[in-house]
Every structure is written in C-alpha cells, then in structure tokens.
Design a protein around this ligand. Structure first.
Ligand SMILES: C[S@@+](CC[C@H](N)C(=O)[O-])C[C@H]1O[C@@H](n2cnc3c(N)ncnc32)[C@H](O)[C@@H]1O
Length: 320
C-alpha cells in the first residue's frame, strides 16, 4: 500500500537536495503518529539503518524537518534520536568515512540500488566517486528502451560509482543483458565500483554480476579485450566536459569501432553545461566518420529516479 511519505522517502534515501524535497506532502500540524511514520519512512528506514546516508545530509534533513515543526509543541523523540543514529562508516573501504555515505535509489516497489558515494564532486583526483545526473538520465532511458540492452554485451566507459552497469544486471529488473563490463580510468573509481557491485549482488555468482576493470581511454589497446565478450553496446555518461580528453576518447572509440564496425552502437549521455563543448565533440565525431543521432528526450516526469533537472541531459546514439 502506498505510504503518505513515499516521495520523501525516495528522496531522503538517495540524498536528494533537502531544500527541493516534497515537503508539501507534510500536512501540518503533524500529529504524533504522523511524525513517527515520517521518521520511520526516512531516517528509520531499515536500509538507512544498515547503510546510512552521510551524516551531513541526515543533519540537514532533520534541521529542515524541525524548522517545519517549529510552531508545534510536541516534537517526537524519534526525531531527536535519529541524530544519534549510525554513521556512514565502512572500515576498509575507499576514502575516509566522513566524506562518504550511502545512497539508495528506489526504482520501483521492492527494487533498489545501494551505492557508496563520495559527498564531493571531485575527490581523489576524479569526478567519478559520486553519481551524476547524466547517469540517472541514461539509466532512465535504458529502462524505457529495454530492447536496446536485451542480449547485448555492454561496456561502460568512465562508469564512476557504477550505477548504470549495476542497474543493467539487477535481477529484479530482468533486463536480460549479456556481459556487462564497467570501466573507468581512475583506480579509486574501480575500487568503489567493485564495492558497490558486491553490495548489490550478495550471493550472486560472478556470471550474474557486472564486472569492473580499470581502462584509461589512452590505453584502450592495452586492455585484455580477449578475456571479455565482443562489445555490442558502449555506454558513457557525463564524460564530455573536458575537451582535453576528447582526443583520448575519440581514439578509444576508433579502436572499438575498428574491432566491431556497424555491430557497435554507443549511447552517450551528457549534461548540457556548456553547449559549445558538446557541439565541439559532436563535430569531431562527424569529422571522424561517425553518424550521430540525438535520441528522444528522457522525460522528466517518467523518471525512475529523483532527478534534479537543473540542467538538461542530452542522449545521443553514435554509429559508424
Ligand atoms: C563526471 S564523471 C561521470 C561518472 C559516471 N559516468 C556518472 O555519470 O555518474 C567522469 C568519469 O570519467 C572518468 N574519466 C575521465 N577521463 C578518463 C579517461 N581518460 N579514461 C577513463 N576514464 C576517464 C572519470 O574517472 C570519471 O569517473
């Protein structure tokens, strides 16, 4: 049965910006039972108890909630005790515990992805230790166009924290993909992806899990491709932001298309921060003999994720 605070729950568990949360679903004054229900749906959720969101997010959420309840006489003890909850520690993992926390992406009832992510957009020399809007948009697009992935061996470039590849192999979604290989040039990203794969595929044999390997676009020809299935679909989200990387990415594409030719399709999702950068890359693709087709817009309303929508995400298909 849908709960009163489902939207807030979905947003809290994936650390959606506190100020933009669905606070209008909280009808004031909030009686004792409702306060209890709201806390149970968010801070007290079993997933948060096991793998907590980062401390600073929890505090910001509770601060906003207490601000909302500022004119009420009774504030439930559970709200205060939530502040004493567990921290996002995971000894032996990448990064320091205070800079990391968990996010739980609820996709549909009973289906979720849990990722350990950095709170910083840039840390340990990479931008990939947290999930970006373009990855959420690409995941959405694939969920809405399942035929694109059925039976395909898929490689993701610059996969970061691993959301898209983990989604593609999630048993509950039954996407029926072939092998899924997540790659990134950053060693900490590969380590984090492996942690995140282990979190989401407990007790699953390796053939039912995505794999994660280090692959720098500069060294694509040194990668042991013979140990992996031939690639049918290449994915990349938010990798077009730094034009100093264009040549390396184009060389990687060239290497992979030379192996697979017209049997290979690439789907590239880019947050349009700077239209010039994206156009520049698309022009380069054209000059290198690729056919670039913009895909249908990923609908904001039909999103499986809590997306911020502050910037548009464009998805293009690349063929040669
Ligand atoms: C903005 S992050 C996007 C991460 C993830 N795709 C997402 O959208 O959440 C860009 C990613 O590309 C990776 N990357 C950048 N340059 C690279 C290169 N030359 N070779 C391999 N990976 C690279 C970074 O390490 C980082 O993980």
């Amino acid at each position: 049965m849908p709960g009163k605070y489902d939207k807030l729950q979905q947003q809290f568990l994936c650390c959606y910006p506190v100020k933009k949360m669905a606070w209008s679903t909280v009808k004031l004054p909030l009686n004792w039972e409702d306060q209890q229900e709201l806390i149970a749906a968010t801070c007290g959720h079993p997933m948060n108890k096991r793998y907590p969101v980062r401390r600073s997010y929890l505090e910001a959420f509770l601060k906003q909630l207490m601000h909302l309840l500022r004119d009420q006489e009774d504030v439930h003890d559970d709200i205060y005790s939530s502040l004493c909850g567990p921290m996002g520690d995971n000894p032996g993992s990448t990064g320091t515990s205070s800079s990391y926390g968990y996010k739980h992406y609820l996709l549909e009832p009973g289906v979720h992805i849990t990722l350990r992510e950095s709170k910083s957009f840039v840390s340990e020399g990479t931008t990939g230790l947290c999930t970006w809007e373009a990855a959420l948009a690409l995941a959405d697009y694939l969920l809405q166009h399942r035929d694109l992935v059925v039976g395909k061996n898929i490689v993701e470039l610059g996969a970061g924290a691993g959301l898209v590849g983990i989604l593609l192999k999630l048993p509950a979604l039954e996407l029926k993909t072939g092998q899924v290989l997540l790659t990134d040039g950053s060693e900490p990203c590969v380590q984090l992806m492996r942690e995140n794969i282990a979190l989401n595929f407990v007790d699953k044999p390796s053939e039912e899990r995505p794999q994660a390997e280090q692959l720098n676009w500069d060294a694509v020809n040194e990668f042991p491709w013979h140990s992996h299935a031939e690639t049918d679909l290449l994915l990349a989200a938010d990798v077009i932001y730094d034009d100093s990387q264009f040549d390396a990415l184009l060389r990687a594409l060239d290497y992979l298309y030379t192996r697979r030719g017209s049997r290979l399709e690439t789907l590239l999702a880019s947050t349009v921060r700077n239209m010039d950068t994206l156009h520049k890359f698309m022009t380069q693709l054209g000059l290198n003999g690729y056919k670039v087709t913009p895909c249908a817009n990923v609908s904001a309303c039909a999103s499986h994720f809590c997306r911020d929508h502050t910037a548009a995400v464009q998805i293009i298909s690349i063929r040669r």
